[in-house]
Design a protein around this ligand. Sequence first.
Ligand SMILES: [Zn+2]
Length: 94
Amino acid sequence: MSAVLGQSGYTWRDFCKIFISNNPASIRNHELGQRHKDNVANRLTSMRQVKAAKKKEQKEATHVLEQIEAKRKEGPIFVGEEEVFHQVHQIITI
Ligand SMILES: [Zn+2]
């Protein structure tokens, strides 16, 4: 979350994209600040959104896969479908 730059006396705050003085008082002061709290909240929100999007994608892929599997049981699949099958399978197994 935070990298310490040994000789500069500053520490990089990744959530806030700024350097602050590398001492406990400054770090504490920064982490208690509204800007930091907002940035942490924003980061968590975007992480959740990415996770939700990924989940949705997998769910849709699973659905397509189920449809293909169902079709497969009906008879031989076409070459184009087999290609889609492999692509979907890759998404699911990532
Ligand atoms: Zn911060």
